[in-house]
Design a protein around this ligand. Sequence first.
Ligand SMILES: Nc1nc2c(ncn2[C@@H]2O[C@H](COP(=O)(O)OP(=O)(O)OP(=O)(O)O)[C@@H](O)[C@H]2O)c(=O)[nH]1
Ligand SMILES: [Mg+2]
Length: 435
Amino acid sequence: MATRLTWIQEKKLQNCLEGKFSLLYKASVHGFTAENLFRICSCQGPTLIVIYSSDHLLGIYIPQNDKNKTRVSCILFAFNETEILGCEIGPWNLEDYFYRNSEKTELLIDLLEKKVTMSLNTVKKLKLPEHQIISFEECEVFRCEDLLDTRKMKGVAKLKESLLSAIRTYKPSRDLVHQIRILLLGPIGAGKSSFFNSVKSVFRGHVTHQALVGSDITGISKQYRTYSIKDGKNGKSLPFILCDSMGLSEEEGLCMDDIPYILKGHVPDRYQFNFMKPITPAHSNYIDFPLLEDKIHCVAFVFDANYIEQLSDEMVAKVKRARREVTKCGVAPVVLLTCVDSMDLITKGDFIDIYKCIPVKLKQEEVHKKLGFALSDILVVSNYTSEWDLDPIKDVLNLSALRQMLWAADDFLEDLPLEETAIREKHLPSVQEKK
Ligand SMILES: Nc1nc2c(ncn2[C@@H]2O[C@H](COP(=O)(O)OP(=O)(O)OP(=O)(O)O)[C@@H](O)[C@H]2O)c(=O)[nH]1
Ligand SMILES: [Mg+2]
């Protein structure tokens, strides 16, 4: 028995209801009668009824499908190609949605006559044309199940632990530095500071919001911040430092001439950026003789996945210029696409195998085409924004990206000419001395 839902319709519904569906009842197979529908679908937990008319697709989500249960509220959807509109209806006895009882309901599904009647108010809420009776051709009922079952969640928890352990025990290549410096660079509002907050949250064990995030056309972060993160509240420092910068902008963003100074390690923590002019050696905390330890070893270009197509020509030119500076310093760039959680047609269940998802592959192609980054260097993440509880699925996504960045930094360190690595011997105390 196959559903009439298209792949896109099913994805959109899954996103909306955060569940996956299995088809229980199809009127053209089981008969257009409410008795049959109840017989097959009763006591199946949350269910979704989908009604197909020639012009509309209507969905009715029933959180508890139990014919004997007294009144239930449902969510009624109408969806077209671009949006799904929904409203709550009820609470009514489930049967009242199917049989014309004396009470007037907001929705009546007449399977025998193949007609749906809705109150005027409901029709308005769903932005449907104002004739209240819709004839339909098919009706299907699905059981809604959790997107991720216990077995999958156990796998995710195991993967998270192994990523955490790999990052905790990571040692930069050739022991050349104690901590890898990762620079977060990208347009204003791309999610740079949120990525730092998300990484810190995983290692802290709860969601934290140390870096200020938000939305402001001139950017939220105005200072250069270098964040070393501890493993737990009082644990050891982790082997990487995330360097958060001012956002790039067509107007008053990061001064492009600051980028080489940051890459080479001249810019101190808490340096207040000035979009009009770059740092100069005259600045009080300017780092005159940066060590390999102070330099940037990996650059993550951060973009909101949902705005790649809208990047202006000026922004594209700035990113390309920054990328050239990065390559000039021998540093390998990676790309972080944030907000994968709010991408169309991506559900939480997709996060487990995100790089196999078509919408993600299309985004990678777009970044590659527009900005020239290698496809394999384009990573996706989902930052903590408003939630308060850690989400192992997000953590796995973000930690995988972090591990990839550490590997990119290793490539940089392994490729360093001998004279540059010798600086470490002269200036930097050995790991033993530091202890
Ligand atoms: N849904 C979602 N929202 C995100 C994600 N990352 C960031 N945001 C939101 O995007 C907005 C900007 O995030 P920031 O972290 O401040 O971005 P930024 O790149 O540091 O911005 P500037 O400091 O202004 O350059 C905030 O409202 C975040 O909550 C994400 O992965 N998913
Ligand atoms: Mg910021």
